[in-house]
Design a protein around this ligand. Structure first.
Ligand code: ZN
Length: 512
């Protein structure tokens, strides 16, 4: 804008300006200010007086030499021609005739041609002020003849400070949380922000407070945003569904709820990368710090992405509440393993496969290790031997030895086992004794002994290593099949064109 100020001060003002920017950022306000600057009774200046007849008339929208046209409602070529026919006549009162054409990109092709002719040979007493939200749609011939100013969308803090100024001057009580909420809802438009502020003052009967504003906008309470994020971070389905249920009872705009969630995730992400840069407005700073520990940066990114997609999907969902709930469930389902090792073997995990992510399907409990081995068992069935080895509290190389023995025959307390010639180094008498002792305890056979013979091919030997690998593979396949039958998972696969990563399916059994 310094270029414009200098031009005005030197009275060398370009004949055509283009103000580009999103709605409500002050394009027409600026154009009117320029009209005043050009026609102020006190002379062309960057600071019109706002007190003379010309300035007041412009402010009140009745200045005869300021011709405002809304191209969005006036696109016919005749209209533009009629308008431009009058360009040649001198201004009635002021120094310049100022044409303000709003949403100029809406003019038809013919109208553009008429405008272009005038711009090519403009009379000295005419200035054109063009405004548009979409400069891309203007023909280059027009663009090249205009001095272009791009007005950026306003930041939340700029809208907030303007609101603060107004409320203080009008002695209206307010809290900053409320102003931040309003400014965010204004999406970069000062005009929208101020109109929301008007509504807020009326809604709060004279005060502007956070809770009331959230109600007015159909927004979720800050406390509930925190509950949602915590439930997601802790993969706590029950808590998540509680919040969803509470939200259902209020007539909320779920787009705004998702927006709130996204803003908070953004704060958490920012905190993870640059803690000092967070100017946490919506949420408590302590909460942000705590949650940024509970979630990995990848989790935050994933939740954010799914939230965005969920917003886009809302109009397609059977109803907004369902669409919202589904977005949250996706966040849980697609979250990478949180690597907090505890396994959930409680009963609920069977009916609620979304308990933790990646989806864990409870193991077949009858087969889990806690069952004791019946005494009559014959350790020369390979699966019995594998289970005995799994249950014996063997460690280190003794365990490795036992894991690689393939049972052959069992007679009067002596189990003949094969050991691959490549693994003979594992067979040391102390280790063998440890295996004999611990397996003997499980079998209730004090004199249990091993007779180790050479096995030529490890590949077909039924060692516990082989048996367990096979069993794990089967369990995984079973869990995968079960998972693929789940309607929620099917829906996600359909919607996202997703695939379930087979190795992300865990059976809940501790490996090895
Ligand atoms: Zn003036």
């Amino acid at each position: 804008m310094t270029a414009l100020t200098a031009a005005l001060t030197q009275n060398r003002v370009h004949h055509a300006f283009l103000f580009a920017g999103t709605r409500g950022v002050g394009k027409t306000t600026l154009a009117r200010l320029l009209a005043k600057a050009l026609n102020c009774d006190r002379g062309v200046s960057a600071e019109p007086c706002s007190k003379c007849d010309a300035c007041i008339a412009v402010d009140e929208g009745r200045y005869i030499d300021l011709i405002e046209v809304d191209a969005a409602s006036r696109t016919r070529v005749d209209d533009t021609r009629e308008l431009l026919d009058n360009v040649q006549y001198a201004p009635t009162m002021g120094r310049f005739k100022v044409y303000l054409i709003d949403e100029v990109h809406m003019l038809s092709g013919h109208s553009f041609n008429a405008l272009l002719k005038t711009l090519e040979e403009p009379p000295a007493h005419v200035k054109f002020l063009l405004a548009t939200t979409d400069p891309q749609k203007l023909p280059p011939t027009i663009l090249s003849r205009c001095l272009q100013f791009n007005l950026r969308a306003l930041q939340v803090i700029e809208i907030v400070s303007q609101m603060e100024k107004i409320l203080k001057s009008e002695a209206v009580e307010f809290d900053l949380d409320a102003l931040n909420t309003l400014a965010r809802a204004a999406a970069g438009s000062m005009r929208d922000g101020l109109s929301l502020l008007d509504q807020a003052i009326a809604f709060g009967s004279g005060t502007v407070a956070g809770g009331a504003i959230r109600d007015m906008l159909g927004m979720i309470e800050t406390r509930q945003v925190e509950q949602l994020i915590r439930a997601l971070a802790e993969a706590d389905v029950a808590a998540l569904l509680d919040v969803v249920e509470a939200l259902r009872e209020r007539a909320l705009d779920y787009r705004l709820v998702l927006d709130d969630l996204l803003v908070s995730l953004h704060d958490i992400c920012l905190y993870q990368i640059a803690p000092n840069a967070v100017d946490a407005k919506a949420l408590d700073a302590g909460f942000i710090a705590e949650l940024s520990e509970l979630m990995t940066p990848e989790d935050v990114q994933l939740f954010y992405q799914i939230g965005l997609l969920g917003k886009a999907d809302l109009p397609l969902a059977p109803d907004p509440a369902t669409g919202f709930e589904m977005a949250l469930l996706r966040m849980l389902l697609f979250r990478p393993d949180a690597s907090n090792g505890e396994e959930d073997t409680s009963e609920e995990s069977e009916t609620l496969p979304v308990k933790r992510s990646p989806v864990r399907v409870a193991p077949d409990k009858k087969r889990s290790q806690s069952d004791s081995v019946p005494k009559s068992l014959n350790p020369a069935e390979p699966s019995v031997w594998a289970r005995l080895v799994g249950d014996a509290a063997l460690e280190g190389v003794s365990r490795e030895l036992a894991m690689n023995l393939s049972p052959q025959t069992y007679e009067s307390g002596t189990l003949t086992v094969g050991l691959s010639s490549a693994l003979q180094h594992l067979d040391k008498s102390t280790r063998r004794q440890e295996v004999e002792k611990k397996i003997g305890v499980l079998l209730g056979e004090e004199a249990f002994a091993l007779q180790v013979v050479k096995a030529s091919h490890t590949s077909d030997a039924a060692t516990p290593v082989v048996v367990q690998a096979k069993r794990t593979e089967e369990a995984k396949q079973q869990a995968y099949n079960k998972l693929m039958q789940d309607p929620v998972v099917q829906d996600i696969i359909d919607r996202f064109d997703a695939t379930v990563v087979p190795d992300s399916v865990q059976t809940g059994q501790k490996g090895g």
